[in-house]
Design a protein around this ligand. Structure first.
Ligand code: BT5
Length: 319
């Protein structure tokens, strides 16, 4: 953990310490403490420095600041690196670039806005500036290639856990990658995987969560199908807190045994048991969504009684 993250944590946990005490506790210099306090104030942190009463952190703004995110998690559970950009084409592209340059498992890339945020099959992802969590996480799990599809399931569970931990909402997951509240899309996931010699070499898990949009912040075509945390429950949480918990829960789900992950996913799933229609390799398949296997495939029982696996694609809930 960086001295900056330690300092923020110290300010939260031990209000009223002097600058000298903070520097000693964070194993850093008083100059660094003073410089960071000044920098954070300029970013909108409300920090009171009382000549005899020490330093008090009164309020933290809804900004994406790497040390803020790291300071919210236990030291052994914080991401190894967090990169924040004001604007980029897609955080998935940046995470992929970092992956090819050797970045570590767990790297987080965030942006205030994306100019070319994307969903699956090149569909656009609307990434309103400052109103959502646009986040990509680089994973290098030691998993067989056949389990790669489960990463999307793990990410959907992480989003469901994190949003429910911070807001009084009830989420459901639509196979494979939508997190819904009251039938509307709160979040989407885009997992991009790379394989080498038949093994999963790395994956970039892109997560988009709508946080503080009002209805008119969405383009007209999304207004009846999308929702945000602010629309589902006010007030919206700070995005740094959301990012920290999503990261922590994703790391936990990636480390969980496959059967535990699948059981948790089935419990949250809005698709199983429904009549669904899917398009798979140019074929239209209709039947009952029966189960999900370790590869992340949806198993659909068709009229003849056999189970057809659907590895990727879109489904429509018919019931
Ligand atoms: C997804 O695709 O749902 C995956 C979305 C992943 C976005 C993240 S943000 C960080 C990272 N960087 C990226 O560039 N992407 C990832 P899909 O299932 O194909 O859904 C796409 C469809 O969702 C669109 O065609 C719209 O109908 C709808 N949509 C677009 N923006 C939305 C939004 N902000 N909220 C809800 N629905 C949206």
């Amino acid at each position: 953990m960086t001295p900056e993250a330690r300092l923020l944590r110290r300010l939260r946990d031990h209000p009223g310490q002097s600058v000298d005490q903070l520097a000693a506790a964070c194993r850093t210099s008083t100059d660094l403490v003073l410089a960071r306090l000044a920098e954070w104030r300029s970013l909108g942190f409300d920090i009171l420095e009382h000549p005899s009463g020490g330093v008090h952190l009164l309020a933290v703004p809804d900004r994406l600041i790497p040390e803020d995110i790291a300071s919210l998690l236990p030291e052994d559970q914080a991401p190894p690196r967090v990169l924040v950009f004001q604007s980029t084409a897609s955080t998935n592209d940046l995470a992929e670039r970092e992956a090819l340059a050797g970045a570590p498992h767990g790297l987080v890339v965030l942006a205030e806005t994306q100019e070319e945020g994307r969903g699956r099959l090149g569909r656009p992802w609307h990434s309103a500036p400052g109103l959502g969590l646009w986040m990509s996480i680089l994973l290098r799990p030691v998993w067989p290639a056949s389990r790669a599809g489960s990463l999307t399931l793990a990410a959907a569970l992480a989003v469901a856990d994190a949003t429910e931990a911070l807001c009084p909402i009830h989420t459901r997951i639509k196979w494979p990658n939508d997190v819904l509240v009251d039938g509307r899309k709160l979040a989407g996931i885009l997992t991009e995987t790379r394989f080498q010699d038949g093994r999963l070499s790395h994956a970039v898990v892109g997560i988009g969560i709508n946080v503080s949009q009002g209805t008119t912040d969405f383009p007209p075509e999304l207004r009846t199908i999308a929702t945000s945390l602010a629309l589902a429950s006010t007030p919206a949480p700070r995005r740094a807190e959301l990012a920290a918990i999503v990261w922590q829960r994703l790391a936990a789900w990636c480390a969980a045994p496959p059967d535990v992950l699948l059981a948790a996913w089935r419990d949250r799933c809005d698709t199983l048991g429904r009549q669904v229609r899917a398009r798979c390799a140019g074929r239209l398949i209709e039947g009952t969504a029966h189960s999900v296997d370790e590869s992340g495939s949806l198993l659909v029982r068709i009229e003849s009684g056999s189970l057809v696996p659907i590895l990727a694609g879109d489904i429509v809930h018919l019931t």
